[in-house]
Every structure is written in structure tokens, then in C-alpha cells.
Design a protein around this ligand. Structure first.
Ligand code: ZN
Length: 258
């Protein structure tokens, strides 16, 4: 049984009305939407990943090149979690809103591919994705699934079939640039939307955390659903300090008059 505050319950209908009226709605999702699918928030302290290793030592491009074994050992729990994970009710509700035209674009900080697996199609993965891997030498790109399953089973690091150099998951490491085309598109849709919905992001990781500011500066409405406070709560039309998995399906039902 979900226990929501009265304030949250009262926010469902206004949020649904804003979504129904919007012509260009953009959703920005963060780790909070995937923790309910069992995926650790690998950028947050205390998630288990950062506590065992210094991220600067393992999760940078230089350290990947210098010591890929170390990197793959570090990322193994994340790969394993993603392999077992299924999209949850929040991913599914967002996909339904997107497929029905109520949401135009989903910008995500997550690398787990769960929005795709939930059935959404217009997705901008601004921190990259584990769904594909690229050879560090010849830049040939591969679908990750077979490689990562083999890696989880045997511990063997994936290598390029053509030139046999190491394959790097297409996730953005510390010190790496965001994927430029995806990032430019994310900035563009944020600037031109009339509604931004922040879902499961504490808006702490720059530069992505600046996108909602860009939206409201251009007059967009703002809805925030996150279990902790964000720097933009005071600027939002509706704020839910709840888990996204409890709120998004309720808002979607209201939008669809179910
Ligand atoms: Zn290669």
C-alpha cells in the first residue's frame, strides 16, 4: 500500500492538467527512476560502487585505457544489475505518455536502456548507454548484449572482432565530454519545450542539471518528482517529494482518464 502525503495526492490532478495542455513536453529522468528496477545509483556516494573504489581512479577515460581490467571489475555490479533489471511502472507509464503524444522527448541521465525496453522511442541518453560498446582503436560499434553476458559468465573482457582491441561501453566516464549531438539536441528541446518534468533526478550532476533552468527561463512549466529537495523546487508549478514509481503511474492514469 502506497502512503502518499495529502500534498502529493492533491498535486496529481494539477500535474495531469499541465501535461494534458502542454504542446511540447520534455521529461528529464535520473537514477531515481531506475533504483526501483534494482539498478544502483552509480554516481551517488553510498551506492556501493563509489565506496569500494575511488571513481577518479577507475571511471575515467585515462584509467580505462591504462587499466581496463580494473574498470570492468568496478562496473561489474552495474552490468549485472542491468542485465537482471526490468522496466518498472514509472518507465512504463512514461513510455505510454510518450507513445500517446503527451510527452515528446525523454532526456535521461541513465545508461541502463530501460526507457527503450519500456517502449519509449524518442530518448536522449546524455550520459551515454550500456546498450552499445565501441572499440578503442578502430571505433567499430557493437551491440553490448552478447559481450556483456559473456563477460558476466566468464569475466573475460570484451574485445573487438576486427582488430582485437578492447571494447569500451558507450557510457560517459569522468572527464569525458557528453555525446555532442545528443547533448545539443537535449539543450534544444529544453529551450523550446513548454513543459519540463524532472523525474528521479536530484539535479546535482552538471551540466544536465541546468536543462530545466533553460526550460523555465523560456517560459516552460515545471513539474518535479523526486524524493529529495532540488535547487529548482521553488520554481516548479508542482513538486512531489515522493518516489517516481508511486507518482508517475497515478499522473498517467489521470491524464488518460482511467
Ligand atoms: Zn577494433
Amino acid at each position: 500500500m502506497i502512503h502518499l502525503s495529502n500534498k502529493s495526492l492533491e498535486g496529481i490532478r494539477p500535474a495531469a492538467e499541465i501535461i494534458s495542455r502542454a504542446r511540447q513536453a520534455v521529461v528529464l529522468t535520473g537514477a531515481g527512476i531506475s533504483t526501483h528496477s534494482g539498478i544502483p545509483d552509480f554516481r551517488s556516494p553510498g551506492s556501493g560502487l563509489w565506496t569500494r573504489n575511488d571513481p577518479i581512479e577507475v571511471a575515467t577515460l585515462d584509467s580505462f585505457r591504462y587499466n581496463p581490467e580494473n574498470f570492468f571489475n568496478w562496473i561489474r555490479p552495474l552490468v549485472s544489475g542491468m542485465h537482471a533489471a526490468q522496466p518498472n511502472a514509472a518507465h512504463l507509464a512514461l513510455a505510454k505518455l510518450e507513445q500517446s503524444g503527451f510527452v515528446n522527448t525523454i532526456i535521461t541521465q541513465n545508461v541502463d536502456g530501460l526507457h527503450h525496453r519500456a517502449g519509449a522511442t524518442n530518448i536522449l541518453e546524455v550520459h551515454g548507454s550500456m546498450r552499445t560498446m565501441t572499440c578503442v582503436s578502430c571505433f567499430r560499434r557493437y551491440d553490448s548484449s552478447d559481450f556483456l553476458v559473456a563477460y558476466l559468465e566468464s569475466g573475460e573482457i570484451p574485445h573487438c572482432e576486427i582488430c582485437s582491441h578492447i571494447l569500451k561501453p558507450d557510457v560517459i566516464l569522468f572527464g569525458e565530454q557528453l555525446p555532442i549531438r545528443t547533448w545539443m539536441k537535449a539543450q534544444d528541446v529544453s529551450k523550446h519545450c513548454d513543459l519540463m518534468i524532472v523525474a528521479g533526478s536530484s539535479l546535482e550532476v552538471l551540466p544536465v542539471a541546468g536543462l530545466p533552468m533553460r526550460a523555465i527561463e523560456n517560459g516552460a512549466h515545471l513539474i518535479i518528482i523526486n524524493n529529495t529537495v532540488t535547487y529548482l523546487d521553488v520554481r516548479a508549478d508542482v513538486v512531489f517529494h515522493e518516489d517516481v514509481i508511486d507518482i508517475i503511474p497515478l499522473i498517467a492514469r489521470e491524464v488518460f482518464h482511467e
